[in-house]
Each structure stands twice: as structure tokens, then as C-alpha cells.
Design a protein around this ligand. Structure first.
Ligand code: B4P
Length: 195
């Protein structure tokens, strides 16, 4: 199985690149951001609780997102592999993901981390906010808080995968197609190494 973690700060291009990767490698896309937004759109209690945190640029509790991923893995047991987009975002989430995958006798193949500087991230988020209607993209204070939450709570997840020799950094600034090619080259190198 090919199981990818696509990692990076908010606005790094995880969602953008995931769309291309799922087509090329026939993977099931698990985006916790998308899953949470569909709960909000459906007006569920979980969605309403998540919305309050997301609108402020904060993370939702670990147990909520881990529960959603657990459910999706059980639902997709025949998949050729998964792309985890925006998950894990904390070290406890990364530990939980390893345990969940072990239940299916599989593991993360590699983590691809998109590297983009803070100024470019804020620019992209505010630009998306002009058209997306996403409350967490609309104002600069919230965008900056998301980047700061990433630096304090999410960045340590990179060390977690680095210790497992699964961390690969890719420059996330440039043309979307060129970044995609770089990601694919790195995935293929990682797959060859683990084969
Ligand atoms: P997410 O939905 O995961 O979203 P994201 O971090 O905003 O964006 P992404 O990196 O996917 O950016 P995109 O490709 O769209 O999270 C939203 C919120 O949900 C979080 O803040 C949190 O509250 C909650 N949440 C989600 N998962 C959670 C978890 N596991 N634990 C706790 N809470 C969780 O790109 C952004 C923009 O840049 C787009 O407009 C795109 O067109 C543009 N872009 C992309 N690549 C570009 C490039 N190369 N050049 C120029 N622009 C580019």
C-alpha cells in the first residue's frame, strides 16, 4: 500500500497537490479539513463545535479528528492506499495514525512536507479568502494565528517522521505542476527504498 502524509502549514498547497496525487496514484483522499467542513455544512453537533475553533484559526481536539480518520479507514479497507492531507497535525495524532494503520498491517510510506515561507502563506490564504467564503481565510489576524498554531503545535510532527526516516521536504513555492513533479519524484524514490 502507498500511504502518504502530505504535510505543511496552512496554505502550503496540500489540498491543491492532493487533488493531483489521488488521480496519479489512485489513492483515497482523507482531508480532515474537508471532513470537518462537511460536518459543518451538514449542521451536525460535531460540526458546530469544530466551527467555533476553526473560525478562530485553532485546531479541533485530537480525539475528534482521530475518530473521523478511524471511521474512514474502516470504510475504505479495499483502497490501494491513502493520502492524509492536513492530518496528523499534532504528535498525538501521528502516534494514533501509526496505531490505526498497524491494525491493517500497513504503515506510512513517506511524509512529503511542503515548505513555504510565512509571508507567502498569508498572501495565499487572504487571496483564497476573497473567493472561498471560508471564515478562517478572511482576515489577516486569523490567517496569522493559523500559521502560528502550525509553528507551535504542528511543526513537531515533522520531527516525528524524521525520526522514522520518512520525512522529505519539497519546496512549495513555484508553479503548481513543477511542485507536483518534484513530489512524484520523491514519492518514487521513497517507494523504491522501501520495496
Ligand atoms: P485545512 O482544510 O487542512 O486547510 P489549509 O491548511 O488551509 O490548506 P492547504 O495547505 O490544503 O492549502 P491549499 O492547497 O488549499 O485546515 C482548515 C482548518 O481545519 C484548520 O485550521 C483546523 O482548524 C482544522 N483542522 C483540519 N485538520 C485538522 C487536524 N488534523 N487537527 C485539528 N484541526 C484540524 O492552498 C491554499 C491556497 O494557495 C489556494 O488558494 C491555492 O490555490 C493556493 N496555492 C496552492 N499552491 C500554490 C502555488 N504553488 N502557488 C501559488 N498559490 C498556490
Amino acid at each position: 500500500m502507498l500511504n502518504l502524509v502530505l504535510f505543511g502549514p496552512p496554505g502550503a498547497g496540500k489540498g491543491t497537490q492532493s487533488e493531483k496525487l489521488i488521480q496519479k496514484y489512485n489513492l483515497v483522499h482523507l482531508s480532515t479539513g474537508d471532513l470537518l467542513r462537511s460536518q459543518i455544512a451538514a449542521g451536525t453537533e460535531l460540526g458546530m463545535r469544530a466551527k467555533q475553533l476553526m473560525d478562530q484559526g485553532l485546531l479541533v481536539p485530537d480525539e475528534v479528528v482521530i475518530g473521523m480518520i478511524d471511521y474512514k479507514l474502516r470504510e475504505n479497507q479495499e483502497a490501494a492506499g491513502f493520502i492524509f492531507d492536513g492530518f496528523p497535525r499534532t504528535v498525538p495524532q501521528a502516534q494514533a495514525l501509526d496505531q490505526l494503520l498497524a491494525q491493517y498491517n500497513t504503515q506510512i510510506t513517506t511524509m512529503i512536507a511542503l515548505v513555504v515561507d510565512d509571508a507567502e502563506l498569508i498572501r495565499r490564504l487572504l487571496k483564497r479568502g476573497e473567493t472561498s467564503g471560508r471564515p478562517d481565510d478572511r482576515d489577516e489576524t486569523t490567517a496569522r494565528r493559523r500559521v502560528s498554531v502550525y509553528n507551535s503545535e504542528t511543526a513537531p510532527v515533522a520531527d516525528y517522521y524524521n525520526q522514522q526516516q520518512k520525512y522529505i521536504a519539497v519546496d512549495g513555492i513555484g508553479e503548481i505542476g513543477e511542485i507536483f513533479e518534484l513530489i512524484c519524484q520523491n514519492i518514487e524514490t521513497a517507494v523504491t527504498k522501501t520495496a
